[in-house]
Design a protein around this ligand. Sequence first.
Ligand SMILES: *Cc1c(COP(=O)(O)O)cnc(C)c1O
Length: 452
Amino acid sequence: MKELLEETAVRAARYLAGINRRRVAPAPESVAGLESLGGALPEHSSHPAKVLALLDDAGSPATVATTGPRYFGFVIGGTVPAALAANWLGGAWDQNAALYAMSPVAAKMEEIVLQWLVDLFGLPATCGAGFVTGTTMANFTALAAARSAVLKRAGWDVEEDGLFGAPALRVIVGAEVHVSLRKALALLGLGRSRVTTVPADDQGRMRPEALPPLDDRTIICIQSGNVNTGAFDPAEQICSRARQAGAWVHVDGAFGLWAAASPLYAKLLAGASAADSWAIDCHKWLNVPYDSGIAVVRNPEHLRDAMAMSAAYLEPSARREPCFYTPEASRRARGIELWAALRSLGRSGLRELIERNCRLAKRFSEGLRQVGFEVLNEVVLNQVLVSFGDSDETRRVIAAVQSDGTCWCGGTEWHGHTAMRISVSSWATTEEDVERSLAAVIRIAKGEDLKL
Ligand SMILES: *Cc1c(COP(=O)(O)O)cnc(C)c1O
């Protein structure tokens, strides 16, 4: 075992040392090489070192260098060193985070991380939380608590009696709601489309003056951090209207909630701490390994009502039992990496990470504007949308940037325009990486490649 793990460390270190030199997207030959991992299930056992070598030789070149410094697709963070190291040690521990008795260390990590994060986000210390795979499941988990609480007020026990015959709830979303939130609504029987959609402004922010009347059977879902523009719904106005009406406010704060770590950006979140629940991604801006998200609910009773289960052999103690707050029972111990990332960054490290990423996003937008390309959004956070002309030209540039390999950016549609999306979300990205990427994008967009 010792030799195998040492060999793994050597290979992993070699992979990470080379990530700055390789192309970001894998070469087509490398992807084709993945065939060597298949074939029929082997009849006989293999030495683990041989398996590892095969995986590294064929697998490593076929990875997308999302953990490297020049990946700007979707909203994807890398892994801070302490979190990667903790992930390895945690892998050796192989802890099941379902119950305190199964792993006191896993349970304790969640308690500590929750305490640190509610402090960072300015939420009440008494909040409950479930540690889940990402924001899709965090939205699902928090909205299950919302569904439970709002129906309970209406005299209905949704956990026991289901939704058939239940009093109707009204769900409100903004026009720019993330698709994963609609999916969560679908999974909860609330309906992807059976929602009231509030129009958004040119940055994708919900327009509070367009809110319909609210009441205590309403769940309103707002967004902190639009996946295209980075814009924030005006939480202050929406939460105060909701509070007066007794409505439940849920915040999809996948990456935007991390703005709380910086006094420069925290004002974008003004009012969001008055909500009833929040969904947060940790594999995005906290830069921990996949997968990791958190559902936080103001009143932990509501989350427990929705998620708890009972069986004699589970023997719940008086402690916080992790699986009473999540959809899953058995689950990997995500708290280990969260603890390590937060413990190593500290408040100032996290602040520096957020501010550097936002500053570099601004640099991208300024650099592109300077040479005449159109930036379509107000760059308030870490997201930039750029158009290179008409749709066909913008698509050409995106495809050429991806195959060039200096960096990687994806595409999107924004209010009738095709755009390239740039998301600066990694701890590893430096000013030099941005200058190098900017130069490559400009060279490609100006067609200088074609003229050669
Ligand atoms: C990324 C994102 C999600 C989905 O998160 P996953 O971790 O991929 O499940 C939801 N909402 C917003 C605003 C996001 O940015």
